[in-house]
Design a protein. Structure first.
Length: 312
């Protein structure tokens, strides 16, 4: 077992006692991760094209994918090569070197976003109850600070802002993909993105702006801030903040075990005592179970223990 060192500037001082060590998170199977057909391109990617492509992305955009699960990144690079219609993996590398825009397209492929408003509705119903009763009372007098980590195109961040209702507060939505953050800031989505959203919330917070298109209303947009933040490489949460609610769903599963531990340490460390953490359906609290009280294991909801109730 590789130890998880205390991250520098960790706001809540999270470290992992040896007796709470656990294995890595499970990796979910996703339809968009289905491997492309075998052939020379597959062998070329495994033979060095992947490492060179990632080096180009790292040098050009400062995004480091080396901590992602290698099999996942291989599949997604192969899908991008096929989509680009490059005649070979090496020809794709030439295109990547020559075209700056292809770097952003590759980043978007490597960080595939599968989201919509109120995705997995039972989770958000439970979160709405927690926000409007438990957290509102527990942190009375404080504006609630909410973090959507790995927010993609922003649907989750806006959904969390909807759940605040009349409760004072603000949502931070973060991602490493600058193009996704630009789309999130624009707040314009296809109608399919709202199919799980309750009608009352859709009426209050969205408006139809075209055939099959909805746009976030200004009063909701003002409650969400989108920032670029690299979960895998950051030493602190966005702006060094402490949060009352953090959603980090279906993000951690794509990293190797060492980075998974670092991310969980960062995320749990960002929570105020009494704050709530929401993980994805294929994720679990791992080595930091000692710092979290389960609220709803089925929906992957946990409370950050206060120091006096943390097991020793």
């Amino acid at each position: 077992m590789i130890p998880c060192d205390l991250l520098p500037h960790d706001p809540m001082g999270i470290s992992v006692p040896a007796q709470h060590a656990a294995g890595p998170l499970r990796e979910a199977t996703r339809p968009h991760d289905a491997p492309p057909r075998t052939g020379p391109q597959v062998e070329a990617v495994r033979g060095g094209v992947l490492d060179e492509a990632l080096a180009i992305v790292r040098d050009r955009r400062g995004v480091d994918f080396r901590g992602y699960r290698r099999a996942t990144i291989e599949r997604r690079l192969l899908n991008r090569i096929l989509s680009s219609r490059a005649p070979s993996a090496t020809a794709y590398l030439d295109e990547l070197r020559a075209r700056d825009a292809e770097t952003d397209r590759l980043i978007a492929t490597l960080t595939v976003k599968v989201s919509r408003f109120f995705r997995n509705a039972p989770v958000f119903e439970a979160l709405r109850d927690l926000v409007q009763t438990d957290l509102r009372e527990r942190f009375a007098g404080q504006p609630l600070r909410v973090w959507s980590a790995g927010c993609g195109n922003g649907e989750e961040a806006y959904t969390l802002a909807m759940l605040l209702g009349t409760t004072p507060g603000e949502v931070w939505g973060t991602d490493i993909d600058a193009s996704a953050l630009a789309e999130a800031s624009a707040g314009c989505y296809p109608g399919e993105a709202v199919r799980e959203l309750p009608v009352t919330l859709a009426d209050d917070f969205l408006e139809r702006t075209g055939p099959g298109t909805v746009t976030v209303r200004d009063h909701l947009r003002r409650r969400v801030r989108f920032l670029r933040h690299d979960l895998a490489g950051a030493a602190t949460p966005p702006e060094g903040g402490v949060f009352h609610l953090v959603c980090c769903r279906n993000v951690v599963i794509y990293f190797d075990p060492v980075i998974q531990r670092r991310i969980m340490q960062l995320v749990v460390g960002s929570l105020a005592p009494g704050g709530v953490l929401c993980l994805g359906e294929a994720e679990w609290e791992g080595e930091l179970a000692w710092a979290l009280e389960p609220l709803d294991r089925r929906r992957k909801l946990y409370r950050r223990r206060s120091p006096e109730t943390t097991p020793r």
